[in-house]
Design a protein around this ligand. Structure first.
Ligand code: GLC
Length: 812
């Protein structure tokens, strides 16, 4: 048997030893403690709807299995009761909270969770828990019609039922990556082809998923807090299995039953995104290209000249001196400080790439410092681990050591002090090129590679953010990461790595972004236009039209491919691209509110229909459209020459963004897709805040008026929406320097009311003096605002507002 076969975890399944009986159970302050097979099982009540299971290894519990969880999960005292019964299924101990019931069967052993109404949350199948050496597996019942969501960044359909996945961060286009999947499988399987839309594994590994029980319509969640290589297999007809190759079994089980509540609980445990600086929500221009300083400034100028709004310019690895991180190529960039200051004057933020790999180069300051302080990953023999990345021989900082993170933070702080606004962490799986990463050890040789591989990017992002905060304590940091694990959302956004300039990769990025969003990472985007391969005018335009309606919008392409700047395909295309980018900028107030919401509840910004429409069976498998924020439904164009497409509208009123047609779901519509637009619909009941014009850049933009697009629902109901105004760059908003307005739109018969209620202390840059209501989906003649009638002209009503409450009413 070859080692690769064993790695896939397929052939050794028969040798696992099942845990079959419990010897004793006792009640503890937090739940239960049981003895089984010489180990201890702990059942801890985390919240009324969340329980944690842990089984010791060698009699010991690992209390800190990873860096994922950032709260004390047992801080709250949650009421629960314990009872014991003996019946047909033998002796059984039951733990009950108001939201769930845990059943521990003594002989045979079982560990099940239901809701108080009897609906299943997590019900063990045969061999519910089994071990083999360092590996363990859990098996649970799952019916064929059930759906599975989550697992972060994965290819293929959003619904993971019917497939199996590996969790092991890889540099997807590295030739070694395909070996990860191909082990023990047919080489012809598309999932072994890194350029397919089925490839597995990917850059990010998140062992968290949702199980939708089709019979009851309820959803449950599972998060195994274990960073080791894992395999999730949802292909069995009546069960799923989860196998980890090492570490301890520590699982949080979420009773839900609603998806948003499960995500809120998961992101409470592993953290939520920080509110990003507003410039990072603007358009980002990136390219792997050997730019010179003057080229970068010319690019900045060209965007302004072409009137393409743009906030971020990005520099890839060619800006460095021989790919040495934290350096500038002195020929290409003779005076970076001057360049950075001129770019700042023109309203641009500059982001530089910082890979973890340090050129193995005695005499290079960063390498020397790392060697001197013993901060590099070592091998079993004690030497510095050397991989092959861009600079050739490459050493890797051991980010598991707090002193390494502090040192890296200082290097980052210098970079930020020099005028760089954001840091782009790439190759942080970690990618080691042609060299097997397994020999890379952590903690000065004490910890295996397997324990920290998947956490490497998280630890690097921690160090990077620490440095950004040191350099600019009042600024919101911005980090973009390629790899990740649970908790990465606390520190960084993720882009989805090296895609191809192909239509199927455009389409793939929708369920992939949704999978990340459902797994706590709301700040995501794909390389717009496609990274590898030459894009073409139509693909580029359609990708831009879609990309502007994704959380992170960055145009990026690989070296040696055609230009794909906003203007690269001639004036007709440039006009269409400009309109797309302008739409994004006008929507920034709406987008920003969605990000703030993500930071409060974890709710994804790019979200699949199932998130808000869990009870709609047709919404559960939609991969080719999504909601952008809570209230905009986007249906991109997915093929060349497409002149119309089918769009599924879930329940409710949907108003066509362009022509105002009022549609009602659930149902399918056929939408025209002329070259100047992709189908976009606003949810009835929403109040969508927009800037009246697209500024050149979002950073520092404070308009005097803001539009409120009031989307009139066809039927009675109430819906809330949010506007969040702050300075967009500092952390002052966290201390209350913000104006938050909650709009409650209610329709009762023919009467529509909008109540606006504000909170927050406001902030010095606030200059808004008016709102403009833009009525969509109805044609009232008058709107009464705070008792004063206003005539509606061109569907618009303008009234003075300096950030206070208002009440508006009209009849339709
Ligand atoms: C990796 C990154 C890509 C970057 C390239 C060069 O392939 O994923 O975005 O352009 O390295 O740094």
């Amino acid at each position: 048997m070859s080692p690769t076969v064993e790695r896939a975890g397929v052939s050794d399944a028969q040798y696992f030893r099942n845990f079959t009986r419990v010897d004793s159970v006792e009640k503890t302050a937090q739940g239960l403690s049981a003895e089984l097979h010489g180990e201890r099982l702990r059942v801890d009540v985390v919240r009324a709807d969340v329980v944690r299971f842990a089984i010791s290894r060698g009699g010991v519990f690992d209390e800190y299995p990873s860096h994922a969880v950032c709260v004390d999960p047992l801080a709250a005292a949650v009421p629960f009761t314990v009872e014991e019964t003996t019946g047909d299924d033998g002796r059984v101990v039951r733990l009950r909270t108001s939201g769930l019931v845990v059943t521990v069967g003594m002989a045979p052993f079982r560990l099940d969770v239901h809701r108080p109404d009897g609906s299943p949350v997590a019900v063990g199948a045969d061999g519910a828990y089994a071990i083999l050496n360092d590996a363990f597996v859990i098996r649970r019942r799952c019916r064929g019609a059930d759906a599975i969501y989550g697992l972060g960044e994965k290819t293929g359909p959003l619904n993971r039922r019917g497939r199996d996945y590996s969790l092991w961060n890889v540099d997807v286009l590295d030739p070694r990556a395909s070996g990860e999947f191909a082990a023990a499988r047919a080489q012809t399987d598309p999932r072994a082809d890194p350029t397919s839309t089925e490839f597995d594994p990917y850059y990010v590994s998140i062992p968290f998923f949702y199980h939708l029980d089709a019979a009851s319509g309820t959803m449950a969640g599972s998060f195994v807090d274990n960073p080791y290589r894992a395999r999730y297999d949802f292909s069995g007809p009546e069960q799923y299995s989860i196998r980890f190759d090492g570490g301890q079994y520590v699982e949080y089980v979420f009773a839900g039953p609603r998806m948003p509540d499960i995500l809120a609980a998961y992101t409470w445990l592993t953290g939520r995104i920080a509110i990003p600086p507003v410039w990072s929500l603007g358009y980002q221009q990136c390219r792997w290209f050997a730019y010179r300083q003057a080229d970068v400034e010319a690019l900045a100028h060209r965007h302004r000249q072409e009137q393409i709004p743009c906030d971020g310019l990005w520099l890839d690895i060619e800006h460095m001196d021989g790919y040495r991180v934290f350096t500038w190529d002195p020929q290409r960039f003779p005076d970076p400080a001057a360049m950075l200051s001129r770019l700042a004057d023109a309203g641009y933020r500059l982001v530089t790439i910082v890979d973890p790999g340090i050129k193995h180069d005695p005499g290079y300051r960063v390498f020397d410092e790392a060697v001197e302080a013993d901060l590099l990953c070592r091998t079993e023999g004690g030497g510095v681990f050397v991989g092959q990345v861009w600079p050739g021989d490459t050493a890797f900082p051991d980010f598991t050591l707090p002193e390494t993170r502090t040192w890296w933070g200082q290097l980052t702080a210098e970079q930020v002090r020099s005028g760089v606004s954001g840091i782009w962490n790439d190759m942080n799986e970690p990618a080691t090129g042609a060299i097997d990463p397994q020999a890379m050890l952590f903690g000065r040789g004490r910890h295996s590679h397997a324990r920290f591989h998947n956490q490497y990017a998280l630890l690097m992002a921690m160090a990077t953010v620490e440095g950004m905060r040191t350099a600019a304590p009042d600024r919101r940091p911005f980090v973009l990461s390629r790899a990740g694990s649970p908790g990465i959302q606390r520190y960084a956004a993720n882009w989805m790595g090296d895609n191809l300039s192909r239509w199927d990769h455009l389409a793939m990025s929708m369920p992939m972004a949704a999978g990340l969003g459902l797994s706590g990472q709301a700040f995501v985007g794909a390389d717009v236009g496609g990274f590898m391969g030459d894009t073409n005018p139509e693909l580029f335009l359609r990708w831009m039209q879609y990309g502007v309606l994704t959380p992170f919008c960055r145009n990026h392409s690989a070296i040696q491919h055609v230009d794909q700047y906003a203007w690269s395909f001639g004036p007709v295309m440039a006009n269409l691209v400009r309109e797309a980018v302008r739409l994004r900028y006008r929507l920034i107030p709406y987008l920003y509110a969605a990000f703030v919401e993500a930071s409060r509840t974890g709710a994804p910004v790019q979200r699949p229909l199932v998130f808000d429409h869990q009870d709609d069976p047709l919404a559960r498998d939609v991969d080719d459209e999504y909601l952008f924020g809570p209230d905009l439904l986007v249906a991109p164009v997915l093929a060349a020459g497409m002149t119309d497409r089918r769009v599924y509208l879930p329940a409710g009123t949907w108003v066509d963004w362009y022509d105002g047609t009022v549609l009602s779901g659930p149902g399918f519509v056929t939408a025209a897709t002329p070259m100047d637009r992709i189908p976009l619909y606003a949810r009835g009941g929403a109040v969508i805040p927009m800037w009246p014009h697209a500024p050149e850049h979002a950073d520092g933009y404070q308009p005097r008026s803001t539009e409120l697009h009031v989307v009139v629902p066809a039927g009675d109901g109430t819906h809330t929406s949010v506007l969040v105004e702050d300075d967009g760059t500092t952390i002052a908003a966290e201390g209350g320097a913000v104006r938050r307005t909650v709009f409650t739109l209610t329709r009762t018969g023919r009467v529509v009311t909008v109540h606006a209620r504000t909170s927050g202390d406001g902030y010095p840059e606030f200059v808004r003096e008016a709102f403009v209501l833009v009525i969509r989906g109805a044609h009232p003649h008058e709107v009464r605002v705070d008792g004063v009638d206003h005539r509606v002209t061109g569907a618009r009503v303008r009234f003075t507002n300096h950030g206070g409450d208002f009440d508006a009413t009209f009849t339709v």
